[in-house]
Design a protein around this ligand. Structure first.
Ligand SMILES: *[C@@H]1O[C@H](CO)[C@@H](O)[C@H](O)[C@H]1NC(C)=O
Ligand SMILES: *[C@@H]1O[C@H](CO)[C@@H](O)[C@H](O)[C@H]1NC(C)=O
Ligand SMILES: *[C@@H]1O[C@H](CO)[C@@H](O)[C@H](O)[C@H]1NC(C)=O
Ligand SMILES: *[C@@H]1O[C@H](CO)[C@@H](O)[C@H](O)[C@H]1NC(C)=O
Ligand SMILES: *[C@@H]1O[C@H](CO)[C@@H](O)[C@H](O)[C@H]1NC(C)=O
Length: 615
């Protein structure tokens, strides 16, 4: 199908007055910085609910800072909204073309036309935002169309009744206080005063914006879980409680339909597929799905796998398809020097994942950030297990209202991500950040998550204040591991042999990088070359790495260690402890790492674990 391209080809004279888009020079660039151009993230952004009729609204928008919340009540009529900005991007990033700090309020706007062949009287036109940090008030043609709170979640606005044929205008008012003043909101590593482990914040429309055409009655969400016994549990949501006939087809890699089932919308149903090829990190088999409800047809996919806890030789273990596979991988933050929270493009995002896979790594911990959906799709395809953290609050205790809002957003995390086979564990708290300790809310939250999603494990407290909730007992310790061991540091809780043991963080060793790979916004000596332990050269770094991995292997052999998370995939800003530098141009690891990682799986196999073939 062909639709005319946007933004509209004829550039009105007025726009000439503003700043036209040009990528800024970031404090450190990557091989992708100057390849992004003005057509960023052109891929279909929602891999588990695909439709044919869609139009990306990514590209050049206009923006300006706003003075306060009062401005949000009506779209601007002034003529100052003329400076270019790239969408999606963080305003603070070089890729935005703006690279400005400390903007709390901002307007964004662009025009669009709905492709002519979508304009059927019966159908609806949906405007999708994959993520806007932190609050968005959306206007279409001057009328309020919707509001959304929460910087990491998808939201959809039914634009049908507000759009006209021909030229339409979107305005988005963004409010993002980050950690300013008394604000306590889910923000992860973002801070207005970056240093060591906290980084430059992200403000604005940082993931894709797009339009889609749907029939009058349409599917709003698909929940799909498929187990090692071939049982598929599905729920097809619509905007109402209607019970409409739904048909699902399961398609194998050769394109053959291997199972079909009929159910009803808004009601969970199950059916069984005969002897499917299972999904695991060693064999990431996926099956395409087609769901049909009336005239709505959507494509999705799933992987058959079962995550559980079981005893192997008397030790509680995480089981994947009934087998204990040791899980090793990095703390993965997903920050880039040019795009900050927005990866420059899909290739850059997948570069990190493919590198990890090439080292024999089978897991990662997605650290207090949520990625674009295509990231989880890539983990599903590559076979990388994902421990997904909830986005943390800043390190203060929230009041009751802030806690309630954070818990509301936990539901969004689970509901928007519970159909990715690769995600196998949810983390509620990281190191006590925002953790209320006057009572232990993690018990209720963990129970609530299990109700919403019984197919995964819960790590209620990754590091620090563990009161016994969840499936994992998680210790953080730098640089040495203390995984499933009866010795522990003053900050961690004593080993609990009733739950599975994970070293949720360790390593963090770094090396003094040369200027060319350094994040060049160093304000003081305390903000750069930071990590838990610094080697002056790569030889010393690798020597320490092997020593720490040997210790970890011994803890698998001798104690009850089931999984471990190494800090971290890349350097981030002034923190220099990645497998790679922040620009991804220098890989620190020598060849020995692959053997050391393989030795972890072999050690687990000697204790009843599944043997993992050498890659
Ligand atoms: C679309 O409308 C906006 C104002 O609402 C105007 O600035 C813009 O020039 C129009 N574009 C076209 C192609 O007519
Ligand atoms: C669906 O039904 C529930 C329970 O009867 C009700 O609370 C809810 O408002 C209904 N939702 C819609 C969209 O009609
Ligand atoms: C499965 O779906 C993906 C995404 O829509 C598509 O690229 C691929 O060709 C499909 N595979 C088969 C065998 O139908
Ligand atoms: C950090 O390390 C780099 C590389 O050795 C060096 O160029 C830079 O001066 C260091 N910065 C500080 C503040 O020590
Ligand atoms: C890292 O480099 C800086 C600047 O050259 C130097 O001051 C510092 O001592 C170095 N640190 C180590 C551990 O080598």
């Amino acid at each position: 199908m062909h639709w005319s391209l946007f933004p509209l080809a004829a550039v009105p004279l007025l726009t000439q007055l503003g700043h036209s888009y040009e990528v800024k020079t970031p404090p450190l660039d990557t091989d992708w910085t100057y390849k992004v151009g003005t057509d960023p993230w052109p891929e279909y952004p929602r891999p588990q609910l695909r439709r044919d009729d869609w139009l990306s609204l990514n590209g050049i928008w206009k923006w300006r800072a706003a003075s306060g919340l009062a401005e949000a009540t009506s779209p601007p009529v002034d003529e100052d909204l003329i400076d270019d900005v790239l969408v999606p991007s963080c305003l603070e990033s070089a890729l935005s073309g703006v690279m400005v700090q400390d903007v709390t309020y901002a307007w964004f706007t662009r025009n669009f036309e709905v492709p002519e062949d979508w304009e059927t009287t019966a159908g609806r036109i949906l405007l999708n935002f994959e993520a806007v940090d932190y609050e968005a008030t959306v206007y279409i043609n001057g009328k309020e169309a919707g509001f959304h709170r929460g910087g990491y979640w998808r939201f959809t606005i039914d634009a049908t009744d507000l759009i006209v044929s021909g030229n339409n205008t979107i305005h988005v008012f963004v409010f993002d206080p980050t950690d300013m003043g008394d604000y306590v909101i889910p923000l992860g590593k973002q801070t207005r005063s970056p240093s060591h482990i906290f980084y430059t914040p992200c403000t604005g429309i940082w993931q894709s914006v797009w339009l889609e055409a749907v029939p009058a009655s349409y599917i709003t969400q698909l929940d799909v879980a498929a187990g090692m016994d071939g049982k598929v549990t599905a729920k097809v949501w619509t905007g109402s409680n209607s019970s409409e006939a739904v048909k699902v087809e399961v398609i194998d890699n050769g394109g053959t339909v291997i199972a079909t089932h009929e159910g009803s919308s808004n009601e969970e149903f199950t059916f069984t597929v005969d002897s499917p090829k299972l999904w695991s990190p060693n064999a990431p088999n996926l099956y395409n799905l087609t769901f049909t409800m009336g005239s709505d047809e959507v494509k999705s996919y799933t992987g058959f796998r079962t995550i559980s806890v079981g005893e192997v030789q008397g030790i509680p273990r995480p089981l994947i398809n009934g087998e204990f596979i040791f899980q090793f991988g990095p703390l993965d933050q997903g920050w880039f020097p040019d795009g900050l929270m927005t990866p420059p493009n899909r290739e850059a995002m997948e570069y990190d994942l493919k590198f990890l896979k090439s080292q024999g790594i089978n897991m990662l911990r997605k650290h207090i950030k949520v990625e674009p959906d295509l990231y989880y799709r890539a983990c599903d395809e590559l076979g990388i297990l994902v421990i997904q953290d909830m986005v943390s609050l800043r390190t203060v205790t929230p009041n009751a209202e802030q806690q309630a809002e954070w818990e509301r957003q936990i539901d969004l995390l689970i509901n928007q991500h519970k159909s990715y086979p690769s995600i196998y564990t949810w983390v509620i708290y990281n190191e006590g950040w925002g953790q209320i300790t006057s009572y232990y809310p993690e018990f209720d939250i963990a129970a609530h998550i299990k109700e919403m999603d019984p197919t995964r494990l819960i790590d209620a407290t990754s590091g620090w204040n563990d009161h016994g909730a969840g499936d994992w007992h998680d210790n953080h310790h730098y640089a040495t591991p203390q995984c499933g061991t009866p010795f522990y540091s003053i900050l961690s809780t004593p080993y609990d042999n009733k739950r599975i043991a994970i070293q949720g963080e360790f390593g963090g060793i770094g090396h003094n990088i040369s200027e060319e790979h350094a994040w060049k916004v160093q304000k003081s000596i305390n903000e750069v070359n930071q990590t838990y332990e610094l080697s002056t050269d790569l030889e010393a770094y690798n020597y320490r790495g092997h020593t720490l991995l040997r210790e970890l292997r011994e803890q698998i052999e001798k104690y009850s260690c089931s999984a471990a998370v190494w800090t971290q995939t890349t350097d981030v800003e002034g923190e220099v402890n990645g497998f790679m530098t922040y620009d991804r141009r220098l890989i620190r690891l020598d060849d020995q790492w692959k053997d050391d990682i393989q030795a972890l799986y072999d050690a687990a196999a000697s204790r009843g674990g599944a043997s993992t073939t050498r890659r």
